[in-house]
Write a protein that binds this ligand. Sequence first.
Ligand code: ZN
Length: 377
Amino acid sequence: MRKVIYHPKYKEYDLGPQHPFSPVRVKMVLELLDSLGIPFNPVQPELISADRLKEIHEPDYVDIVEAVSNGEAAKDIGQYGLGTGDNPVVRGMAEGARWQCAGSLLGAQLLINGQAESVLQMGGGFHHARRGLAAGFCLYNDLALAVKTMTDHGWHVAYLDLDVHHGDGVQEIYYTSDKVMTISLHESGEYIFPGTGWLHELGQGMGRSLKLNLPLEPYTEGDSYLESLRKITEPALAWFRPNALVVQAGADAHFSDPLADIMLTTQNYQKIFSYIFSLVEKYCYNRVLITLGGGYSFFATARIWTLLYLMQQRYEIPAELPGSWLNRWRKIIGTDAGNNFHDREKAYRKIPRKGDIERVNQAMAIRLLDAVAGDWL
Ligand SMILES: [Zn+2]
């Protein structure tokens, strides 16, 4: 069974008209599906309480987030990462975040109860939220909550982070756990937020060699990305054999993303998603929960998440975008985008030093596997 989760209340996680983490992105996806005549019948979660978040976050952090979100004055919010450009204080944001966490939690429950094998949560993916700190547009860590629901059930869980930024929050929360393997492919922290996700961050104690990070070179193209992904995930999942895979499917590794420099095309994303579905079948008992995440080129992100929906629900990928949808979003899309669903062939100019970039990525993947080999015996 393949299920989709969504609630209109997700829109309440809105950090303001100038903020990149905008609910417009999912609105574009839903309208695109509608214009294509594709059905969208999600399961709706029920709102969870703030106490539920205390299973993952420090209680005083949750109390502060809820208080400022209700308009109450609070001191020293900066030490919780709040009131910054990335994480401004906006009325109602805590409840909006809880709605999205509720969706990821429901996804975990559907897998545990056997009501679904493949779940696509059309929200969530707040991988930067730390135990006691808001960061990188994230307040509450829905992914960590979903993972905890599964480990409480006795499962081993693998977490794969495709977002172009390091999945630091999920890694931190499970750094010493032997029940959770985290794998993050991201642009190197030397160049972008959050500046972590290095090879040597391998986990601690019982969690040693279960936290895998592959920092990629800026301007990494699709072939090198896929090669790196295969090199790491195949042996990792074959060895760990998780009861389920949780995937954060941020779309900000697209070449047009304004916040990062990885060069994936929508065609590359199609290959990546299809590869992940094959991994799930082979090594993860056919169970997967996928969430959304980052993605700041709205036109690219809308197409990548629509692609993900169509693939997960097994619909055909259309060749063209409907004119009505293009016109409705013309201001965001611009006039020179064309009407193909996928990116143009030769979507961007040739990357200089492509060979060097590929060699560095390849060497990085080999070093990572060497570093964990002793513990994986
Ligand atoms: Zn991101």
